[in-house]
Design a protein around this ligand. Structure first.
Ligand code: SF4
Length: 478
């Protein structure tokens, strides 16, 4: 078979009849495609579920064969993708036996040795950050060089054995600043993709009235360990060999925001990278955005409480009709929050910050959960009290409760006993089995089963939804 030297990045997502659960492509894939392009390697990005919604007859293998593609990079970033990604890899290898299949992403990286041992159709896994390693690997693949020992962060096969290179790589300031995370020309049907909602309701299809959104973080890494987080400091060290954080320079971020806005009509930016909540990175960035005259709205996930200066600059920079700050105290109990959150703040500090945010007319979404380490029934009452207090003090407040699922390499996945957690998800095969058998949280605490936790979260949401501040409903529950 004659082959074409174009690399195909592929994103596939967990789904059922009604919903696509992770329709968003990790933005690093777009950055990688642009990085390869600058290094004279052609690439394309396909979102399998999006293609099928646009064309129910879309046949990925037929498309790849017709276009003579043989090198495929699949992201296995979120563990919920596990079943779909492994099925797709098997299908692609059967359809195109000469293909080279490369995996990357957090889940693939953490379980690289197990995946390589159990799934012979996977040829390579790049663990952690992958710009230079992927380029080095592709240069070898396309030139027929089979010596992979000097490609950093790589698991590969040699003589029937699985080997890993001894070299490690992290991105440099120069590389990450040059990456074009908003260069969507590599992504097939990007005009539809940019309007995809997460999760995607299949009945809604691809709504043309959804504003185009850019999901883009201004750096990598985290300095703290939230008990439940697979992107925490300890996970970053194990998965990405990363001990420090790296910010993309503000000039490079503004360049990408301008590209997103001017070339792709994007009006909404959503970001979740806030490792120095008291720092001045965003203050300077927001000033640069204003200086460029960029008109955007921003969804900003705060890792701690935002400072007053941050709030002021946010209010001056973004369209407040649709912008939102997301704050996640997680629970009402300060003891439980201190034990589970990397960035602690008291309830008084939360209330003071919210007062200031509302004073500046900024919308806020506040997130709670249940089933945190050491949480008791009394602590659940503390959360209900805090929800009630917030609803009584701030009429416009938007509150949402969500369950947290067990994540690979999160602190309580690494040391369940220390956190009083019981989990049946340790290896990749555990996650695979869990996602084959239907939804579950994958853990229980000493106090609550997974079903208890789901019920408590549902109760928080119904309590919040039906709360009537005037009638002071539900006081009997407290
Ligand atoms: S949830 Fe916690 S540990 Fe995870 S990235 Fe955010 S601040 Fe870091």
């Amino acid at each position: 078979m004659r082959t074409d030297n174009t690399v195909t990045f592929i994103h596939t997502s967990a789904e059922d009849d009604k919903t696509v659960y992770t329709p968003l492509i990790p933005i690093g894939m777009v950055g990688l495609a642009s990085f390869l392009d600058r290094n004279y390697i052609l690439s394309e990005i396909l979102n399998v579920e999006l293609e099928r919604i646009l064309n129910p007859d879309f046949d990925l293998a037929a498309y790849l064969i017709e276009n003579k593609r043989t090198v495929f990079c699949l992201n296995l970033h979120w563990h919920s993708q596990s079943v779909k990604v492994m099925e797709l890899c098997r299908l692609l290898k059967e359809a195109i036996p000469c293909s080279r299949i490369i995996l990357g992403g957090f889940t693939a990286s953490y379980y690289a040795a197990e995946i390589m041992a159990s799934f012979p159709e996977i040829d390579f896994i790049i663990t952690g950050e992958s710009e230079q390693p992927l380029l080095d690997l592709l240069v070898r693949i396309f030139s027929g060089n089979k010596d992979f020992h000097l490609v950093a962060n790589l698991f590969f096969r040699e003589g029937g054995a699985v080997l890993s290179s001894r070299l490690t790589y992290n991105t440099t300031q120069q590389i990450i600043d040059a990456m074009e995370f908003a260069n969507f020309k590599f992504l097939k049907n990007y005009d539809y993709y940019l309007r995809v909602e997460d999760p995607l309701n299949k009945a809604d299809g691809l709504l043309s009235n959804v504003p185009a959104t850019f999901y883009y973080n201004c750096g990598r890494g985290c300095l703290v360990n939230c008990s439940f987080c697979g992107g925490s400091r300890v996970a970053q060290k194990i998965i990405n060999h990363r001990s420090e954080i790296i910010f993309i320079s503000q000039g490079a971020v503004v360049r990408e925001l301008k590209r997103a806005s001017h070339e792709y009509g994007i009006t909404r930016w959503h970001t979740c990278f806030d490792p120095l909540p008291k720092g001045d990175y965003y203050i300077e960035l927001f000033r640069k955005i204003r200086a460029e005259g960029l008109k955007l709205n921003l969804g900003f996930e705060c890792w701690a409480l935002p400072s007053r200066q941050f709030i002021d600059e946010f209010a001056m920079t973004f369209d407040l009709c649709s912008s939102v700050l997301e704050i996640s105290p997680e629970c009402g109990s300060q003891r439980v929050r201190r034990q589970n959150k990397g960035y602690y703040y008291s309830n008084t500090e939360l209330l003071d910050t919210l007062k200031y945010v509302f004073l500046r007319d900024i919308k806020v979404r506040v997130f709670f959960t249940a089933g945190l380490a050491s949480e008791t029934r009394d602590d659940i009452k503390e959360t209900l009290k805090l929800i009630r207090l917030l609803r009584m003090q701030f009429k416009q407040i938007n509150i949402k409760a969500c369950c947290i699922e067990m994540e690979p390499c999160s602190p309580w996945n690494l040391d369940a006993e220390e956190y009083g957690i019981t989990t049946d998800r340790r290896n990749f095969s555990d996650f695979l089995r869990a996602h084959q058998t239907g939804p579950s949280l994958g853990y229980r605490t000493n106090e609550f089963t997974g079903e208890d936790i789901e019920q408590i979260v549902a109760f928080y949401n119904s309590y919040n939804k039906t709360f009537d501040a005037k009638a002071r409903n539900y006081s009997c529950c407290l």
